[in-house]
Design a binder for this molecule. Structure first.
Ligand SMILES: Nc1ncnc2c1ncn2[C@@H]1O[C@H](COP(=O)(O)OP(=O)(O)OP(=O)(O)O)[C@@H](O)[C@H]1O
Ligand SMILES: [Mg+2]
Length: 448
């Protein structure tokens, strides 16, 4: 998130030149020509102010005083053409952070701003390292993941208030939710996360919706729920399939009417939040089984993002593997030089039931234990054998090589979910070679 700097000066040229420079330095800039406009912009929230003494409608000192009374901490730098000592002293007393005498050097002002923003940058850096600021990277170049990324961007910038993310365990549902939040204009507001299966119904209800004092025996004080705490931001409801039917209907009412009541409350609250729900379960099946409300599902499914399993993402295993190798290599100071082609092939052949999480863990372990120079197939330990490997032993007598070839093609196509390019790659064939064999053996495959 870029820090916002407010420039208050009635001279257009001054504002323009400062804006150019500060934007180059990675700031977002808002301008005001008058004291009144300055205060209005200030109230919307800025991280630093450049303030001229002489304004058309009022005295810069008065503006300074008002700003200070609203927020005693935000850094304010005074721009001053003919600084008299008294005015400078008065400004200091009112809490101006610095002075930039006019005509100023852009470099000098930029340095003052940068120093003033230092604490904010530090805070953001800490937030980033804690992982609650920007989202972690969402890596993937397969057609499927490009589509997911594109959807994230579109959803992030849309006014849509509800999103559903589905995908097997470890496919990146958390990352996608954080990406949507980080790329939206809600990113400065909180991203709050709750796992529906982690709490019993009554607790989950008061965590989400809050409660009034005395709503139940233990409610000694009023509690503001996550949906209100995250106002302006995003609430991520993980494992939504685990929510009880009663809470599902309360949630549905909120999604439809944008209003709910705290437990024990008698009036509606209307926080502005985006709800992102996620599950690795098959919701249509849960509906059939009677554990999930169809109406809630249809409300959630209006905008849904399905993350495909890793084994179906052409090319992503290699990309992610290299990314994680690089990351753990640096983290553990290992000096590895990547992965051998046999090592990579072992990763490609595996089916990754635990998806990206499993790949990440496998690489972390391999990087830790490897003594280099590259990761090899033997550095990986897989939870289940690659599909079909047991069928690759020497055939019983009497089997023709042709049958074996056919069997390999069938298995490769199976593993590649009918994608011929990928199946060909698994067997070291070209696309034409596999096509020839598919027609030779009269195999039927979906077009891939
Ligand atoms: N596309 C990706 N690029 C980089 N890292 C990823 C990607 N997808 C997932 N990861 C990483 O893999 C791990 C698992 O991802 P995540 O927690 O988002 O999965 P999930 O779908 O929420 O799983 P679960 O259903 O178990 O909650 C995390 O460490 C995450 O950072
Ligand atoms: Mg998750």
């Amino acid at each position: 998130m870029k820090p916002t700097v407010l420039i208050v000066d009635d001279e257009k040229l001054v504002r323009w030149s400062l804006r150019q420079r500060l934007e180059e330095d990675g700031c977002r800039v808002v301008e005001a020509e008058t004291g009144a406009a300055a205060l209005e912009a200030y109230r919307k929230g800025v991280d630093a102010v450049l303030l001229d003494f002489n304004l058309p409608d009022t005295d810069g000192l008065k503006v300074l005083a008002s700003m200070r009374s609203e927020d005693p901490l935000s850094p304010i730098i005074m721009l001053t053409a003919h600084s008299s000592v008294e005015r400078a002293v008065a400004a200091m007393k009112l809490g101006a952070a610095h002075f930039a005498p006019k005509p100023f050097e852009l470099d000098e002002v930029a340095a003052l701003v940068s120093r003033a923003l230092e604490p904010i940058r530090l805070r953001q850096e800490v937030a980033r390292l804690r992982g609650d600021g920007d989202a972690p990277p969402l890596i993937g170049e397969s057609t499927a993941m490009r589509r997911v990324l594109e959807l994230c961007e579109r959803v992030a910038t849309s006014p849509a208030s509800t999103v559903l993310i589905t995908g097997e365990s470890g496919t990146g549902k958390d990352v996608v939710a954080k990406t949507i939040h980080a790329h939206s204009d809600r990113s400065a507001a909180p991203f709050m996360n709750i796992t529906c299966s982690a709490l019993p119904e009554a607790l989950l209800e008061s965590e989400l919706f809050g409660h009034e004092k005395g709503a139940f025996t233990d409610a000694k004080a009023k509690k503001v729920g996550l949906l209100e705490q995250a106002s302006g931001g995003t609430v991520f409801l993980d494992e939504i399939a685990e929510m009880t039917p009663a809470l599902q209907s309360k949630l549905l009412r909120f999604l439809e009417e944008k209003a709910f009541r705290r437990v024990g409350g008698s009036s509606d609250v209307r926080p502005d939040v985006r709800v992102i729900a996620a599950t690795h379960k098959d919701l249509p099946k849960a509906i059939e089984e009677g554990t999930f409300r169809a109406d809630l599902y249809y409300r959630l499914a209006v905008l849904s993002i399905a993350i495909p399993p890793l084994r179906e993402r052409e090319g992503d295993i290699e990309l992610l593997a290299k990314y994680f190798i690089d990351r753990f290599n640096r983290e553990f100071h290992k000096g590895l030089r990547g992965i051998s082609s046999a090592g990579l092939q072992a990763l490609e052949l595996y089916s990754w039931p635990g998806n990206v999480r499993e790949l990440k863990n496998a690489i972390e372990r391999a990087v830790l234990l490897s003594d280099g120079p590259r990761l090899e197939a033997g550095d990986f330990e897989f939870a289940t054998p690659p599909r079909g490997v047991d069928r690759l032993r020497l055939p019983p007598n009497g089997i023709k090589l042709d049958d074996l070839e056919r069997e390999f093609i069938v298995q490769a196509l199976e593993r590649a979910h009918g994608n011929q390019t990928r199946a060909a790659k698994l067997l070291g064939l070209t696309r034409d070679q596999i096509r020839y064999r598919i027609s030779k053996f009269e195999l039927t495959v979906p077009e891939g």
